[in-house]
Design a protein around this ligand. Structure first.
Ligand SMILES: *Cc1c(COP(=O)(O)O)cnc(C)c1O
Length: 387
């Protein structure tokens, strides 16, 4: 009772983790396809991350942005060299990166003396728990009891560019969506939809802000999921979960024109970009920015989805009906209630997490190997056979 009861954890006392496995205090080994909700991108206790963190811990932990932080510069350079971004703002979580993005959108038009502040978002979206983020999502489950929320956000159907077009007026400042909806049920934005909103943004001189807190940093087999569509030119992208490999880190990536609108003193964070976080993020990027690593994510994700289709969906059509997702961001569409299926998987020591639209969500670490995929399929088969 001393922990505020906002969560509903599984009855597993976590002891330690190793790669794709999580161990409880009683010594049980679980195959972990949650990765702490897509966070431990290199698996648990990755030796390179441990030594990066230990080395940094012996030098300096914290000095805030009162001083130049060498590793922050290195990480920002790596990100800008490998993406659309001109600059990076570091923070400590996904919702902070979203909050920063919303502020940048307002400042950008304020700078140009234009009265644009409205943001068109998607139904079924999740952007975090701060006021900007819950206002953007608009979901009553997030906002109920917390009203009034920030004004100026309008939610329209995801993957429907006509709906966006219809809702643009002269005060519209930006379109803000997840490139792949995560909490909402692992729904990728369609390529044509992304091309369409690029054109809408250009025609109406509004900004494009993508939430890649869950789908960014290699999760889909590209560094950013927006890279799947060459024509796309994001103005802002929020990342977080995967970038710190488990160390709380978030970042907002800004293009050239939005970078210019954020002068000294306009935003900040005491902890953001601190030496410990940056030492780990730097090491994560050494892996994730590697072409072979991203090829591996695409290939192993494809194999996992294929085996789920061929060996699970076909055998248990009364329990699960389809597979969705991209790279290692995978959703198994449940027929039976997803919570019941997830619990049956826990019984086989296989950890997954639920998502909207009755989906069983799998976000295994990106270092997943074929033997883990096979182990997962066996466990699912065993669990579902008992139902
Ligand atoms: C998790 C998530 C967030 C919020 O991140 P926190 O670190 O929990 O604040 C925002 N957007 C998306 C798409 C997410 O999956």
């Amino acid at each position: 009772m001393s922990i505020l009861g906002v969560y509903n954890p599984l009855n597993i006392d976590v002891d330690h983790g190793d790669g794709v496995y999580l161990y409880s205090k009683d010594g049980t080994r679980y195959l972990d396809f949650t990765s702490g909700i897509g966070v431990t991108s290199l698996g648990h206790s990755h030796p390179s991350l441990i030594s990066a963190l230990k080395d940094q811990a012996e030098k300096i932990w914290h000095c805030s942005n009162l001083f130049n932080i060498e590793k922050q510069q290195i990480v920002a350079d790596k990100i800008t060299k490998n993406s659309f971004a001109q600059s990076v703002f570091f923070c400590n979580s996904g919702t902070e990166a979203i909050e920063a993005g919303i502020k940048v959108i307002r400042m950008y038009f304020n700078d140009r003396k234009e009265k644009k502040y409205k943001i068109i978002c998607a139904k079924n979206a999740f952007h975090g728990r701060t006021y900007g983020a819950i206002s953007a999502s608009g979901k009553s489950k997030l906002t109920q009891g917390f009203e009034p929320v920030l004004e100026g956000f309008k939610q329209v159907s995801f993957n429907d560019s006509k709906e966006i077009k219809k809702n643009i007026d002269k005060e519209t400042a930006a379109i803000m969506i997840e490139t792949v909806q995560g909490e909402g049920g692992i729904t990728p934005a369609e390529k044509q939809y992304l091309k369409d909103i690029q054109k809408i943004a250009k025609d109406n001189e509004i900004l494009l802000f993508f939430d890649e807190v869950q789908c960014g940093v290699g999760r889909t087999g590209k560094f950013l999921a927006t890279e799947w569509v060459k024509e796309l030119n994001p103005n802002l992208v929020a990342i977080a979960k995967g970038i710190g490999g488990g160390f709380p880190t978030g970042a907002l990536l800004l293009d050239k024109k939005t970078t210019k609108s954020m002068p000294q003193g306009s935003h900040g964070s005491t902890f953001g970009g601190n030496p410990l976080a940056m030492a780990v993020a730097n090491e994560v990027l050494n892996f994730v920015l590697n072409k072979d690593f991203l090829d591996h994510v695409r290939e192993i994700g494809y194999n996992l989805r294929k085996l789920l289709k061929d060996e699970i969906i076909s055998k248990f059509p009364h329990l699960v009906s389809g597979v969705r997702g991209i790279g290692l961001m995978i959703g198994l569409e449940a027929v039976e209630k997803n919570e019941i299926l997830i619990e049956s998987l826990v019984q086989e020591k296989f950890l997954t997490v639920k998502a909207g639209q009755n989906v069983i969500r799998m976000l295994p670490p990106l270092i997943l190997e074929m033997k883990h995929v096979e182990e997962a399929i066996l466990k699912i088969d065993k669990a579902f056979s008992k139902l």
